[in-house]
Design a protein around this ligand. Structure first.
Ligand code: 9D3
Length: 253
């Protein structure tokens, strides 16, 4: 996959792109990553990329022309016609299904803005869609762009050496993860749940499912409302909640 990012802070993106899973994907050629700096397309000697908003108001707005030229440069560099996504608080919220559909594209351009935003004409002329990463206020689109890149990257063929972890992510589809434990058996007098030590794989699977259901019920009830539970899941959750009502942690089995 080819991803071009448009940003006036290329160093910020380069540092993220060179580390971890992402860095490895780029090194191995599973992901091609290029940054286009609108400042390089500014027309004046000061290389200005922003100006005051027409109609007044606080802050600055990114100039249309340097952004349009940066998008054109990214389009020209892409191996196939890219989807152009503007990271913006006005966008639809990113979720895993959206990440999956983006990961299937051969080419993608991510436009990261700064200041109050960008000239609307850039959106009208050069942007296919707007995406937000959530309802909180950041100072620009660079971190959101890299959130998209990192989420995509994990789904690219060959990127995760452990394709199992992708499978088990969809395996508990729509539920939070069960708790994990590793050695030692006792940490500051806190022990590992008995069932994980007994070697009974059926019992372990049932306990984990129950934990995932209970956690989701407690922390993310919205996820449960959005799906239909199997009869067995309903039984497990009822069980866990009954134990909880009797004063247990819900972890008993
Ligand atoms: C006048 C109100 N503004 C400032 C408080 C609006 C505003 C402009 C620019 C708010 C944030 C930003 C910069 N944010 C992004 O570019 C951004 C973003 C975000 O802030 N949150 C979640 N997802 C995204 S994607 C891009």
């Amino acid at each position: 996959m080819w991803i071009g990012v448009i940003s006036i802070f290329p160093e910020l993106l380069a540092s993220i792109a060179s580390a971890g899973v992402l860095g490895r994907a780029v090194k191995r050629g599973d992901l091609a990553f290029a940054v286009f700096n609108p400042r390089n397309y500014a027309e004046d000697r000061r290389r200005t990329v922003d100006d005051r908003p027409y109609g007044g108001g606080p802050g600055m707005v990114m100039l249309a022309e340097p952004l349009l030229q940066a998008v054109a440069a990214a389009r020209a560099a892409a191996p196939s016609p890219p989807l152009v996504v503007y990271l913006s608080p006005q966008g639809r919220r990113l979720d895993q299904p959206k990440v999956q559909s983006l990961a299937e594209l051969p080419s993608l351009v991510l436009l990261a803005g700064r200041y109050e935003g960008i000239d609307q004409r850039v959106i009208d002329l050069a942007v296919d869609e707007e995406l937000s990463i959530g309802d909180y206020v950041l100072s620009g689109g660079e971190l959101p762009a890299m959130v998209v890149v990192e989420a995509l990257c994990r789904l690219l063929p060959g990127v995760l050496n452990n394709q199992d972890s992708i499978l088990s992510e969809s395996h508990l589809d729509g539920l939070l993860e069960y708790p994990h434990y590793t050695r030692p058996e006792s940490v500051r007098a806190a022990s590992v749940p008995e069932v994980l030590m007994c070697g009974d794989h059926g019992a372990v699977a049932k306990w984990r499912r129950k934990q995932a259901l209970l956690r989701t019920w407690r922390e993310r009830p919205d996820l449960l409302s959005a799906r239909r539970l199997e009869d067995e899941d309903i039984r497990l959750l009822r069980d866990a909640l009954a134990v909880q009502a009797q004063g247990g942690s819900g972890g008993e089995d």
